[in-house]
Design a protein around this ligand. Structure first.
Ligand SMILES: Cc1cc2nc3c(=O)[nH]c(=O)nc-3n(C[C@H](O)[C@H](O)[C@H](O)COP(=O)(O)OP(=O)(O)OC[C@H]3O[C@@H](n4cnc5c(N)ncnc54)[C@H](O)[C@@H]3O)c2cc1C
Length: 559
């Protein structure tokens, strides 16, 4: 783990560098030219300059040994500057992941030291033209080359698609099928038969280089097989999902806030109908405040997962998926709302929110799409529901009720309603065998993410009130403001689980059964969920006042 002081200094240097070298006009020009600024990327990765790569390399290989929380802070900081450049810089981290997780000591020494000492750029080559979400369908092959009965090397044939840094990296982690199954190989730029396509002309993150790769009889020595054992590739990829999804989650969070941080000051100055937009409730309560709540739920879920990974709880793939899903969906909504918040100006290049909105769009696609996240989350928690005979989310609800008893006003009461409703919706899905409808399975994934994200936010608000927040954590909101934000999100989460749960349980029935619908409404406790909405407008008024720096006293909350 990096000391908090060192991390703060790194983030400060990053911001100062960006201020000097990447002002808005430069970013807009790069975006219009569709250009990855290679010199800037190299500067950021050079050990004697910004050296961002050093943060992720273990200390024994010349790095600073940053943990998941550090990675989140850096990724958010990078995304606030430019998501394309963030992708270019962080692709090295992604590309070196199979090495960090699965390589032999000699391989780690060689490749991680080269990243640390030379600023070697890496790329991560998993996706193929016909294998995206379903990596098991991969067709790139690595055939053994044997001499005297010994495997001395491999011949790689195939193609990779949409590879970040594809055209600029010096080395590539490439997933290919060996006789014993998918395996990672390291292929250097310049290897015979290895070609990189021209940069893709993309919707967003145009400052990052994305290219296809092709392999025609590319020979690599046997020591380029990561870990030295064939067939470990998918396991090695999965072993870091919790971690890498947090990176993209932080991208969504950083880009979403970057957009709101333009919309908020803009609306304080823009006068329409005689007063600033920031004073109009129909504006702030639609375009600003709900997006703040969703982004902060994403943050709470990122921070909690990062702390648990750093505490040694393993890769936490499902929690990483929840953090990615919430933060990237929230980032997209926030950026889109920011265009609306700036009106016609928002629709032009000059005001940046349009670019941020195009950039952040990728975060719900790469490193696992939102639909794949929904599936991952639902499948994992479905097993918990079955294993505990339906108790899992009732137990989580009781924990929240206890939290609400200790910390009235952090939103945990509404989260408890969301968890109880979730447990009931899952039980009805079990009895009716509703997960045979894929749509219902994926919707479950969405409700689970919202309920668990709301719980993380309520816990974060409680910790903030107790002064126990991680010293590296964002302190943008004080305890009162965070509690109000948490109450807003928790109400929305409860409403989503209750109403959407009822909608799809009913929607899956072949014929309408009135008496059962009434029973489901009661089981999901919709009336309590509706009563929990009382006080919502007052909380939103308060959060708007906090955001716009208007003197405000905390409102009395409704538990
Ligand atoms: C700019 C950019 C940079 C990238 N960088 C990298 C990189 O560095 N390295 C790398 O390896 N890859 C990279 N990717 C690839 C990225 O990870 C994939 O695009 C992503 O995983 C989705 O795969 P796909 O594009 O094949 O879409 P598909 O898997 O074909 O999915 C298309 C749609 O169908 C949905 N879908 C898929 N399967 C299911 C299912 N079973 N049930 C329901 N819906 C489903 C998806 O959610 C999506 O909405 C990058 C992509 C882009 C665009």
């Amino acid at each position: 783990m990096i000391p908090a002081k060192t991390l703060k200094l790194s983030l400060k240097s990053l911001r100062e560098f960006a201020k000097k070298k990447l002002p808005d006009e430069e970013l807009i020009a790069l975006d219009e030219r569709d250009e990855c600024p290679l010199e800037i990327v190299r500067h950021m990765c050079s050990p004697d300059k910004l050296g961002i790569q050093l943060l992720f390399i273990p200390e024994e290989y010349g790095g600073l040994g940053g943990g998941a929380f550090d990675v989140y802070c850096i990724c958010e900081g990078m995304a606030r500057i430019d998501l394309g450049i963030a992708t270019a810089v962080l692709a090295t981290f992604l590309g070196s992941d199979p090495i960090t997780v699965g390589a032999t000591t000699e391989q780690k020494k060689l490749w991680l030291s080269r990243i640390a000492e030379e600023g070697l750029l890496f790329a991560y080559g998993a996706t193929e033209p016909d294998a995206g979400s379903d990596l098991g369908a991969l067709q790139t092959t690595a055939d053994r080359v044997e001499e005297d009965g010994q495997v001395v090397g491999y011949r790689i044939n195939g193609a990779k698609q949409w590879i970040s840094n594809g055209g600029i990296a010096g080395a590539y982690s490439v997933l290919a099928n060996t006789p014993a199954g998918p395996s990672w190989f390291i292929v250097e730029r310049g290897a015979q038969g290895f070609a990189q396509g021209k940069p893709e002309n993309k919707h967003g993150i145009r400052t990052s280089n994305t290219a296809a790769l092709s392999f025609t009889d590319v020979y690599v020595d046997a020591d380029r097989l990561i870990g030295g054992v064939e067939g470990q590739g998918l396991l090695q990829a999965q072993a870091v999902f919790g971690y890498t999804r947090l990176m993209v989650a932080a991208f969504g969070l950083g880009a979403g806030w970057a957009a709101l941080d333009r919309a908020i000051p803009y609306s304080a100055k823009r006068i329409q109908a005689g007063s600033p937009l920031s004073e109009k409730q129909g504006y702030t309560h639609k375009l600003i405040v709900p997006n703040v709540a969703r982004l902060e739920a994403g943050r709470a879920s990122i921070e909690e997962t990062a702390e648990r990974i750093d505490a040694g709880e393993g890769s936490l793939n499902t929690e990483g998926a929840i953090a990615k899903y919430l933060s990237t969906e929230a980032g997209n909504l926030a950026a889109d709302a920011s265009i609306q918040a700036l009106g016609g100006y928002g629709y032009t290049h000059e005001y940046m929110v349009e670019k941020i909105s195009r950039d952040v769009r990728i975060t719900t696609i790469y490193e696992g799409t939102s639909e794949i996240m929904e599936m991952t989350i639902a499948r994992d928690r479905w097993q918990l529901h079955l294993k505990t005979r339906g108790r899992h989310y009732h137990d989580r609800a009781r924990e929240c009720e206890a939290l609400e008893a200790r910390h009235a006003g952090v939103g945990a009461g509404s989260v408890a309603l969301a968890f109880h409703a979730l447990a009931e919706a899952m039980e009805r899905a079990r009895v009716g065998r509703l997960t045979r409808f894929q749509h219902i399975l994926l919707r479950l994934g969405e409700w689970i993410a919202w309920a668990e994200g709301a719980a993380s936010l309520a816990r974060r608000a409680a910790r903030m009130a107790e002064g126990r927040l991680n010293e590296k954590a964002s302190q943008r909101f004080d305890a009162e403001a965070l509690a109000a934000i948490s109450r807003i999100f928790a109400r929305e989460a409860a409403l989503k689980v209750g109403q959407e749960g009822l909608r799809w349980i009913a929607g899956a029935q072949a014929a309408e059964q009135d008496s059962e619908v009434a029973a489901w409404e009661a089981a999901l406790n919709l009336s309590a969920i509706h009563r929990a909405q009382i006080g919502l407008i007052a909380d939103m008024d308060f959060v708007a006042d906090v955001l716009y720096g208007r003197a405000a006293k905390p409102v009395a909350h409704v538990a």
